[in-house]
Design a protein around this ligand. Structure first.
Ligand code: URP
Ligand code: ZN
Ligand code: ZN
Ligand code: ZN
Length: 496
């Protein structure tokens, strides 16, 4: 199976250049000028178009069992929607509850995903309780199952939350096996207490979801997680950075030399928390996620600027969608609204529009934050994240000069709302190549691949991009003992 993409401008994270790209049997085999098409080769004309590495969404929850129900976008509709927006790989979270086995959970999620996925996928693993069993299973998952990233939760008390001492143990172990710690950073005890108070005071609508956990509750936890990870020399990745204050903490930690990465999401880059005060309950509830979107309307632009200048690293979506009627489980109590928003389809378009089209970042940084950095951080570079010989043939023919309007009526996701409803998007994924085949064409809205087309991408521990500094720090930050004469002076007596 061969596909030749001709006459496009290749945009990688480090440079842009005119070239053709030849893909054979799922791999890029040649990049250069005037490549001749071999026999039986499909030729795609990319004149006046950009050719970019397929997007990698670092954070999704397809068909997640959560808050008594299941996310409505499953591994089929979710990955189908991903392709249509120019994303050719998702990183989904295996998320079992307390007392469950990581190995069993991995197998469960994989059995859900394998037959349904239309693009490639990998897993991060949620650590929702701590024990000797989990310690051993983490080692096994990293060495035998191809997962090197483990998410801990500082919120969702009694469901997913770990205490600080458990996080410390978990991160110490993660560092020992070459894994990356990930964190959902919000102070779960404050949320638990304050959400009860909010409801007792009569605030039961979606605005209460934000008011009981304002942004310093996220910033405090972000700071604490980074300090805990740094204490045991473990690299840490802060998922869903939602506020300016949390973004600032990540940036300060990085300036201080700590191995910290921050991930804003399409939602925090594209919209804001003023929606929680919308008069229509369904509209407001659609935006409920944790940590919440922030009412400060300058948040998306500031996070985008941090992404552009390197203070933030990757972009995900936290795609975790529940229909309006599912959200309505919390019609009288915001604590019962299933948490989660959309984004897997629109992430690339939202970031191009608000980042590149608006002049905040260039096309190369766009590629870095939507694809390459994720491949590096999660140790799948250069298999993914770049257009070069030997890499997987996941490419997007991107037209920056076309626009579209986002709507729940035309999107490919199963969910019956869209937090970006009505937004004008500049930049269209006109043709999407996944695993070396033309998987999606925007014009005509054709999908040429079936469920099961995607494959699981295993990832080894010790990503060089993450661990080179960790190894060096190990050598240099050993505790230094001061040699001195033994103390022989008086010592007080403590009362018995
Ligand atoms: O609201 C959210 N974020 N739902 C998914 C679970 C999580 O915390 O990522
Ligand atoms: Zn989370
Ligand atoms: Zn409405
Ligand atoms: Zn999430």
């Amino acid at each position: 199976m061969a596909v030749l993409v001709k006459n496009g401008k290749i945009v990688n994270h480090d440079r842009s250049f005119k070239a053709d790209v030849l893909c054979v049997d799922g791999k890029i085999v040649e990049v250069g000028e005037n490549i001749q098409a071999p026999e039986n080769c499909q030729v795609i004309d990319a004149t006046d178009r950009l050719v970019i590495p397929g997007g990698i969404d670092t954070h999704t929850h397809m068909q997640l069992p959560f808050m008594g129900t299941y996310a409505v976008d499953d591994f089929h509709t979710g990955t189908r929607a991903a392709l249509s927006g120019g994303t050719t790989m998702i990183c989904d979270f295996v998320l079992g509850g307390k007392g469950t086995s990581l190995i069993d959970n991995f197998k469960q999620w994989k059995s859900w995903a394998d037959p349904k996925v239309m693009c490639d996928f990998t897993f991060h693993m949620g650590i929702t309780w701590w024990s000797e069993q989990i310690r051993e299973e983490m080692s096994k998952i990293a060495s035998e199952y191809g997962v090197n990233s483990f998410k801990t939760f500082m919120a969702y008390k009694d469901v997913f939350m770990l205490e600080d001492d458990e996080m410390l143990e978990c991160y110490r172990h993660a560092a020992g096996i070459g894994a990356l710690a990930m964190v959902h950073a919000e102070n779960g005890h404050i949320i638990d207490r304050e959400s009860k108070r909010m409801v007792a005071e009569g605030v039961t609508g979606p605005e209460g979801h934000e008011m009981c956990r304002p942004e310093h509750v996220e910033a405090e936890a972000t700071q604490r997680a980074c300090v805990i990870a740094d204490t045991v020399n473990c690299p840490i990745y802060v998922v869903h950075v939602m506020s300016k204050s949390a973004g600032k903490v990540v940036s300060e930690m990085r300036r201080d030399g700590k191995v910290v990465f921050g991930e804003p999401i399409a939602a925090s880059l594209g919209t804001d928390g003023t929606n929680y005060w919308h008069k229509c309950w369904r509209h407001a509830a659609a935006h409920v996620m944790g940590p919440p979107l922030r009412p400060d309307p300058s948040t998306p632009k500031i996070l985008m600027k941090q992404l552009a200048c390197g203070e933030l690293e990757c972009t995900g979506t936290d795609n975790c969608t529940f229909n309006g009627n599912q959200k309505a489980l919390g019609k009288d109590d915001f604590r019962k609204i299933p948490n989660g928003v959309n984004g897997v389809e629109d992430r690339m378009g939202v970031i191009w529009t608000k980042g590149v089209h608006s002049g905040i970042m260039d096309e190369n940084r766009f590629v870095a934050v939507t694809s390459t950095n994720a491949a590096k951080v999660f140790n799948m570079y250069p298999q993914k994240g770049i257009i070069q010989v030997g890499s997987d043939a996941d490419l997007v023919v991107w037209n920056p000069d076309r626009s579209r309007n986002i709507s729940k009526d035309t999107h490919h996701q199963a969910v019956d709302w869209n937090i970006f409803e009505g937004m004008e998007i500049h930049g269209i994924a006109e043709k999407v190549i996944s695993r070396g085949v033309l998987a999606y064409e925007h014009d005509g809205d054709f999908f040429h691949v079936e469920q099961g087309h995607g494959k699981f991408v295993p990832r080894q521990p010790y990503s060089e991009y993450v661990y080179s500094r960790i190894r060096q720090r190990e050598k240099f930050y050993k505790p230094q003992k001061v040699e001195r004469e033994p103390y022989t002076g008086p010592v007080i007596k403590l009362p018995q």
